[in-house]
Design a protein. Structure first.
Lengths: 115, 111
């Protein structure tokens, strides 16, 4: 059974704190993604990675950075958390290549509140 | 990616078949139809996908019209745990592409 695990389901942080969100997948997938999901705005891509140490900006990278030191782990970092980063954060992974199975597998999500 | 249109909400009785429609009239020849769902406060879950033939797996069936301009997701025996928002997405195959969800259909299964 495929598995994408996010380290926390709920987090509460203070403005200005450095926040780490961790994601681990056990499917040997090359691609990993970080999205945020907000009511009325849908799913928005923050960053993705197609290989170890490789990263690409998504649609809303400002205020975030990422790290991929090992294939199975993709970390999202909020350098200095702000209240507008309060959101549901979703990690996903999938296989590389042009296969029709562009299926992304998601973690359960981390609901982050920045006070 | 082609645009999709889904009804905002639907109700279905427990144990009955839930049929969720999706219109994608601008679909191009190399685009697949994918369905995901998201149960409240959880991450999205892949359900099924297809190109032009009907598909079935352990979760659902996907019926695609011959002209490929619309499709229907069928949950054959809906349970309360199937209450979720269902998203229909049309896109080409391939790995490192973001998913873009529309508004989806909020399906409520009633006891």
């Amino acid at each position: 059974d495929v598995k994408v695990t996010q380290s926390s389901r709920y987090l509460v942080k203070r403005t200005g704190e450095k926040v780490f969100l961790e994601c681990v997948q056990d499917m040997d997938h090359e691609n990993m993604f970080w999205y945020r999901q907000d009511p009325g705005l849908g799913l928005r891509l923050i960053y993705f990675s197609y290989d170890v140490k490789m990263k690409e900006k998504g649609d809303i990278p400002e205020g975030y950075s990422v790290s991929r030191e090992k294939k199975e782990r993709f970390s999202l970092i909020l350098e200095s958390a702000s209240t507008n980063q309060t959101s549901m954060y979703l990690c996903a992974s999938n296989q590389q290549g042009s296969s029709a199975k562009n299926i992304q597998y998601f973690g359960a999500g981390t609901r982050l509140s920045v006070l | 990616d082609a645009k999709t249109t889904q009804p905002p909400s639907m109700d279905c009785a427990e144990g009955r078949a839930a049929n969720l429609p999706c219109n994608h009239s601008t679909i191009s020849g190399n685009e697949y139809v994918y369905w995901y769902r998201q149960i409240h406060s959880q991450g999205p879950q892949y359900i099924i996908h297809g190109l032009k033939n009907n598909e079935t797996n352990e979760m659902a069936s996907l019926i695609i019209t011959e002209d490929r301009k619309s499709s229907t997701l069928i949950l054959p025996h809906a349970t309360l745990r199937d209450t979720a928002v269902y998203y229909c997405i049309v896109r080409v195959g391939g790995g490192a592409q973001k998913l873009v969800f529309g508004q989806g259909t909020r399906l409520t299964i009633n006891p």
